[in-house]
Design a protein around this ligand. Structure first.
Ligand code: AMP
Length: 305
């Protein structure tokens, strides 16, 4: 790791600390991520190798954060792997928060053009992963990196979710957020599909508009109840098979609220797209590819992407 000057810690993800660093020879800024993908006696376990090559392959898209290199390090008798990524100056959570702080000073609504462009880029990145047979499974604003200057958004933290099942607590025992988790996952379904990511995309879309999370539960039950209160409690008619899911119980009965009233800043096409992302039945939920063709994006100049 002598190749790099560690500059500062920029974040803590589910799997470890992330440092901003500079390549001493080229001057390039990079993000160093120490992984818990430890090497065993034989070297890198084959599952890890598969993860890494998958990550490298997927990161060929400009809508996925690029994995530049993988470095092996020996430390206190342990052999660790560092992933070296291209560096981006912020993430979507920090970006949304910067608008929150500006509130009150006549400033500053997250411009709807930026929301539209970020959502389109997010769909592009997600579609890229899905078309290579990879689910992200943990999409959230902290995992979406933003180049403020160029207005670019990229999907990060990809692939590792397959080597490890998503833990309930991070390595620092911080609770992993449930806010973007699809109802079928919360209800114990083990058959994940691309719908789990599209649900998260919907929650992120609504959060950009509201500048606060849509469903902010602090337990799996609370998370479900937030969703049911807003979208109405699902039943066999809305979502065939729901009552056979492992963690289904008799929940309080709520009627759906009006999405347009809850998100007055979002235009009708946006409301329509959001409702298709937050569709209960995962097999009817809109895909990333379909979303990109939705009328919400009609006035976006797609040629720039
Ligand atoms: P992650 O483990 O990917 O969730 O990363 C945790 C945090 O580290 C993110 O929310 C970002 O703020 C930051 N981060 C991760 N990767 C990068 C990167 N390539 N460039 C800049 N910051 C990053």
């Amino acid at each position: 790791m002598e190749k790099y000057d560690k500059l500062e810690k920029v974040g803590e993800g589910t799997y470890g600390k992330v440092y901003k660093a500079q390549d001493k020879t080229t001057g390039q800024l990079v993000a160093l991520k120490k992984t818990r993908l430890e090497m065993d006696e034989e070297g890198i376990p084959p599952t890890t190798l598969r993860e890494i090559s998958l990550l490298q392959m997927l990161s060929q898209s400009i809508y996925v954060v690029r994995l530049l290199r993988v470095e092996h390090v020996e430390k206190n008798g342990k052999r660790l792997l560092y992933l070296v990524f291209e560096y981006l100056d912020t993430d979507l959570k920090k970006y949304i928060d910067s608008y929150k702080r500006a509130e009150g000073q006549i400033l500053s609504r997250f411009p709807s053009r930026v929301i539209q462009s970020f959502l389109y880029q997010l769909c592009k990145g997600v579609d890229h992963c899905h078309s290579h047979g990879v689910l992200h499974r943990d999409l959230k604003p902290q995992n979406l990196l933003v180049d403020k200057e160029k207005g670019i958004l990229k999907v990060a933290d990809l692939g590792l979710g397959r080597a490890f099942t998503i833990p309930l607590k991070s390595y620092t025992h911080e609770i992993v957020t449930l806010w973007y988790r699809a109802p079928e996952v919360l209800l114990g379904s083990t058959h994940y599909s691309i719908g789990v990511d599209m649900w998260s995309v919907g929650c992120i879309f609504a959060e950009m508009v509201r500048r606060q999370p849509l469903f902010a539960g602090d337990s799996e039950l609370q998370q479900l109840l937030h969703i049911f209160r807003f979208l109405g409690t699902p039943d066999e008619e809305k979502w065939p098979g729901v009552s056979s899911l492992r963690d289904w119980h008799d929940y309080p009965q709520w009627k759906p609220q009006s999405m347009a009233n809850a998100l007055p800043l979002l235009e009708p096409e946006g409301i329509d797209l959001l409702s298709k992302m937050l569709e209960y039945n995962p097999s009817n939920r809109i895909s990333a590819k379909e979303a990109m063709e939705h009328p919400y994006f009609d006035n976006l100049d797609k040629s720039q992407f």
